[in-house]
Design a protein around this ligand. Structure first.
Ligand SMILES: [Zn+2]
Ligand SMILES: [Zn+2]
Length: 338
């Protein structure tokens, strides 16, 4: 499998530590492994490469990697620790099969927000949360051949980030197409048509990127879901599209719904993008957040112009201030000048 470039070990080495060829070799080998290795698993792999490296050196290096933040120590309740590398490896939770001892990685935005909510309510500075679900995997329950394993979690993360972005673009396209049909005047219709066309454009780009990703791992499509985003799975505009079909929705209301959807989408992707370790999935999220911000700004400009046209300049300030109040936490940049 294609491997990402390895980190600069020189840079990671703590100050005052001397260069060690053996250690670099162990670190590089460890970073090439996927999954969760016990110290003895790593010793076996290293010994196959180089008989001269001792068990004690491997153990010491593992400990050093944990301290340096290159490795994470995980406890699956087996009476020994396992290690996984954290380089371009998004944080995650584990499903652990007690029959075959395999573990499966996943991440859920809903679990994360719940943890944040509880920690905030208790004024607790959360640093790390561990979720481990023990049980029996599908293959062990059914006796059917095992599903493909997790594979490279960086690729899985990028795959799922792209799937969520694609679902969001699709729901956005649907939303703007409907809004364009709803709006009677040509200027308003043109704005929504333009946005629908942009979503089509973005969609094509994202789908192209998705296809390129699949080329890096032929089994990527069939590997199990890694990122669970309950609220975002059907696209962040799905709810807005529903609101559009309510009776009495006019251009101003359609713009307000659009603003809410784009803001929600922008914040969702930005918040997640910023939280992740450097990786392709992170890039997807941050780039997408930026595109959503542009749409958001366009909609806000249109909304203000519409208010000016319908009520005249005098009431504009009050109307935009009212629109601003519907936003929970507007970005400073987007706050209307009143
Ligand atoms: Zn199993
Ligand atoms: Zn893991």
């Amino acid at each position: 499998m294609a491997m990402s470039a390895l980190p600069d070990l020189e840079h990671l080495r703590p100050a005052g530590t001397k260069r060690s060829g053996k250690r670099d070799q162990i670190v590089n080998t460890f970073l090439r492994q996927e999954g969760h290795l016990s110290a003895d698993d790593l010793v076996d792999i290293i010994k196959r490469e180089d008989q001269r490296i001792s068990r004690a050196t491997v153990y010491r290096t593992l400990q050093w990697m944990v301290t340096a933040g290159i490795a994470r120590k995980v406890d699956f309740g087996e009476g020994r620790f396992r290690f996984e590398h954290s380089y371009r490896h998004p944080r995650h939770y584990h499903l652990i099969c007690k029959t075959c001892n395999r573990s499966f990685e996943f991440l859920s935005s809903d679990i994360e927000s719940l943890v944040e909510e509880v920690a905030a309510a208790r004024n607790f500075m959360a640093r790390q949360s561990v979720v481990q679900i023990y049980g029996t995997c599908e293959a062990c329950q059914t006796g059917r051949t095992a599903q493909p394993d997790n594979g490279n979690s960086e690729l899985l993360f990028a795959r799922d980030a792209l799937r969520i972005a694609i679902a969001t673009e699709r729901s956005g396209r649907e939303f703007y197409t409907r809004a364009a049909r709803l709006v009677k005047n040509s200027r308003g219709r043109h704005v929504f048509e333009k946005l629908a066309a942009e979503e089509v454009d973005h969609l094509e780009r994202l789908e192209g990127r998705y296809r390129m990703l699949l080329e890096r791992d032929p089994q990527l499509e069939s590997r199990p879901t890694f990122l669970f985003f309950k609220g975002a799975a059907n696209g962040l505009f799905a709810e807005g599209t529903e609101q559009l079909s309510k009776p009495g929705v006019d251009e101003a209301e359609a713009l307000r719904i659009g603003i809410r959807c784009e803001r929600g989408s922008h914040r969702f992707f930005k918040r997640y993008g910023e939280k992740f370790e450097d990786s392709e999935g992170k890039q997807v999220f941050l780039e997408f957040a930026e595109e959503e911000r542009e749409h958001l700004e366009l909609l806000i400009r249109e909304y203000r112009a519409l208010i000016t046209r319908t009520h005249g300049g005098r009431k504009t300030a009050r109307a935009t201030a009212a629109a601003a109040r519907t936003r929970p936490k507007p970005a400073r940049k987007l706050r209307p000048a009143t």
